[in-house]
Design a protein around this ligand. Structure first.
Ligand code: KIV
Ligand code: ZN
Length: 554
């Protein structure tokens, strides 16, 4: 990289708007959406979709609620042409859905495009030519006047062929895009758009779409918003236009540019599912729609089955949705950090009680609204706190660690996970718990245990393996646990301790129901240590829990 990038790159000039309005507006309703997955998205794929993949994607877009779908560039490939024909001839387009086709301002291409659309109920013919200084200079070698002539001639060619469609009852809307609009001088973008309007003669009753693409993001989103507001304020016959946004994501701000562009007065948004498209992609329409939704605005698109939509998208495009992609990524509703997990748990409990406005910390929306679950994505890594560890053991295996024991086991588990240097599964976590508590058999292992009580005094007789040697020990106390503790200290040679806490729970694993006992002992030095034991017999589970704690203390 250059030490002084200003020797090679320059900032984008600001737009002069003395009294800009968009910063103090807010969004109150959804725009008209147009999916360009089957055209802009498709043309950016290493292997473009075949007809059956396009049909599957089309049906999914309709199911989401898109009413305008750019289905392709039918003059550019036979696949795109046959796709249009199948859609129309097999009557696959619902009555309230309009298909849109892209075309350059060239006679042969316009001819083929019109042909591909014959028999459709309603269509948008979308013509574009590029207008920025770099495109004029390097790509076309044309002056501004010559570029306007290209657009005007193309507009006229389309107009001259409209009767072929309208005679068959097709309703046609016309769309013009000054491609590379955001890198074009606003005055020139206005001039060329008005020249096209002069040909097409839109009216408030029969508007045309003026699509203003951020073909390549060259500035911050506020600049794009200024460009949109400037056009909305200065273009003639604004009331005869549907102003449309079409952003890409080169600077990573496609969503922001679209949202600010809507504040600046646009009516319509073009984009793709999950942001598929050239280079860094098109605008991710899901993001803008869900951003509206999380502010309580009905987006008019339905992503209730987000996982199903992702599967369809991955199958048809061969692309993947990144794990941290807003709303749709696999990890979006995952909390790794213990404090986040704790806050979410409390927030979810609070929400369950009141069921009013969603205000759960760290979760922008209720995952259930898009068919996701918070529970299924909890994972444990070295940053997870005791809460995450305890949650996983409880939710996956029904192991309810006492709060104080969570404080002991949480850091132990984190240390192991840290050394592994990766996330662990719930089963691995249970394995760690078993190894740390249940499978402790040195220096003391239980061989046999029996206790009898007479008048509240219990006597236990048991055989232990102590440091590899079998020994019988006896002891008395006011219960089996106390009797065993005395036997262990007085005859087994265990350092003195007292039982501080005892808890038990039932556990059903496989076909056999068993008991899990937790015991906390306090050593003569005042140290507290937990132990746990499992057995089909609850008395034996508690005896094993004592040995587990004593073994851990040794
Ligand atoms: O990004 C773009 O400018 C386009 C146009 C053809 C609308 O895709
Ligand atoms: Zn594009």
């Amino acid at each position: 990289m250059l030490k002084d990038p200003s020797s090679k790159y320059q900032p984008f000039p600001l737009i002069h708007i003395p009294n800009r309005q968009w910063p103090s507006r807010h969004l109150t309703h959804a725009p008209i959406w147009c999916s360009v997955d089957l055209r802009d998205g498709n043309q950016a794929l290493a292997v473009p979709m075949n007809v059956s993949q396009k049909l599957e994607m089309f049906d999914a877009l309709v199911k989401c609620g898109f009413k305008e779908i750019e289905v392709g560039f039918p003059s550019a490939s036979n696949t795109e042409f046959s796709f249009n024909r199948r859609l129309i001839e097999e009557k696959r387009i619902p009555d309230d859905v309009t298909i849109q086709c892209l075309v350059q301002a060239r006679e042969d291409l316009i001819e083929k495009t019109v042909e591909s659309l014959m028999g459709a109920k309603q269509v948008v013919i979308h013509m574009y030519n590029s207008t920025s200084p770099a495109q004029r200079k390097y790509v076309f070698g044309k002056t501004k006047e010559e570029i306007i002539t290209v657009a005007v001639k193309g507009a006229q060619m389309i107009k001259d062929r409209l009767h072929r469609l309208t005679a068959g009852g097709t309703k046609v809307t016309l769309q013009y895009s000054p491609e590379s609009f955001s890198a074009t001088e606003v005055e020139f973008a206005k001039e060329i758009s008005e020249a096209v309007m002069d040909v097409w003669q839109p009216t408030p009753e029969h508007k045309m779409i003026l699509n203003l693409p951020d073909t390549v993001e060259v500035a911050m989103p506020n600049v794009y918003a200024d460009q949109i507001e400037w056009i909305c304020t200065n273009i003639k016959n604004r009331e005869s236009l549907i102003i449309s946004l079409h952003t890409h994501n080169d600077r990573g701000t496609g969503t922001a540019a679209t949202e600010l562009g809507l504040l600046a007065g646009a009516d319509r948004v073009e984009g793709t599912l999950f942001g598929n498209g050239e280079r860094t992609g098109n605008l991710d329409i899901v993001q803008v729609a869900m951003n509206l939704y999380m502010h309580g605005i009905a987006p008019g698109l339905d992503f209730s089955d987000m996982s199903g939509l992702i599967h369809m998208y991955e199958r048809t495009t061969g692309m993947e949705v990144p794990q941290r992609h807003p709303y749709s990524g696999e990890l979006v509703f995952t909390a790794f950090s213990g404090s986040h997990q704790d806050a979410i748990k409390k927030g979810l409990t609070g929400y369950e009680e009141h069921k009013s406005i969603w205000d759960v910390p760290y979760l922008t929306i209720d995952p259930n609204d898009i068919g996701r679950e918070y529970r299924e994505v909890i994972r444990v890594n070295s940053q997870s706190g005791k809460g995450g560890v305890a949650y996983l053991l409880e939710s996956e295996f029904g192991i309810e660690l006492p709060k104080d024991m969570q404080r002991e086991f949480g850091p132990l588990a984190n240390d192991i996970v840290d050394k592994l240097g990766r996330e662990v599964t719930a089963a691995e976590l249970k394995g760690m718990f078993w190894q740390e508590y249940i499978e402790r058999e040195t220096p003391f292992a239980l061989h046999h245990f029996h206790a009898d009580g007479v008048d509240g005094v219990f006597t236990c007789r048991c055989s232990l393996v102590i440091n590899g040697k079998e020994r019988g020990i006896t002891g008395t106390g006011n219960g089996p646990i106390a009797a065993f503790a005395h036997a262990l200290i007085q005859e087994g040679g265990a350092p003195p301790f007292e039982v501080a806490t005892y808890r038990e729970q039932s556990l059903s694993s496989g076909t056999e129901a068993s008991a899990l006992a937790f015991i906390q002992i306090k050593t003569a030095a005042g140290k507290t240590i937990w132990g746990a034991g499992v057995d089909t017999n609850i008395e034996l589970a508690s005896i094993k829990a004592i040995l587990s704690a004593v073994n851990r203390a040794s």
